[in-house]
Design a protein around this ligand. Sequence first.
Ligand code: ZN
Length: 186
Amino acid sequence: MPSKQWTLLYTAQSYEEAKDLAKSRFNVCQNRRSDLNDPTKYSFKCSEHRKYPLCHFQIKIIVPDNNVNSITIMSKTEHEQNERNATTRLPSPIRESISTYGKCGLSQSQIKASLIINYPQSPIDQVKLSNKIVYERRRDRPEIFSVYDLRNWCSQHQEGERLHSTFVPFYTVDDINNLFIFFTTK
Ligand SMILES: [Zn+2]
């Protein structure tokens, strides 16, 4: 069992030293600072707390007001990274359906409409849906253009170089489901 008590890890000469040590060795990021009381306490939490919300690993750096060169670094519990945050992903039947619909060539709005019919009880998070569709499209077609590439290509082809060459006098590229590209020739 990881300890639920604070354990002394190191002592340091300065807060900067202590902070660098905590960040480099223990994969933590700054959480909060409480300086209302002596000593000043800085707490750090797991850098991956979004991905692993069950991880309660903490680091505390204690800086006594009367001795700022005598700093202690303490930790509590251990990194717990076995359990992913279930809420960061869509439920797996929905993920599988997105994958299937994507392979059938449905657009994002068509996929969303199908999911609403097939999973009326499940709210479909728009961002998660987009991420999953992008992931599926890239997985099957690693050569796929990014929106960034497409925009660059359009801006590089705004002038037709030769007679009869294709050019793009006007375009708008927001994302894969929201784009308009006007190709024409001279
Ligand atoms: Zn952790």
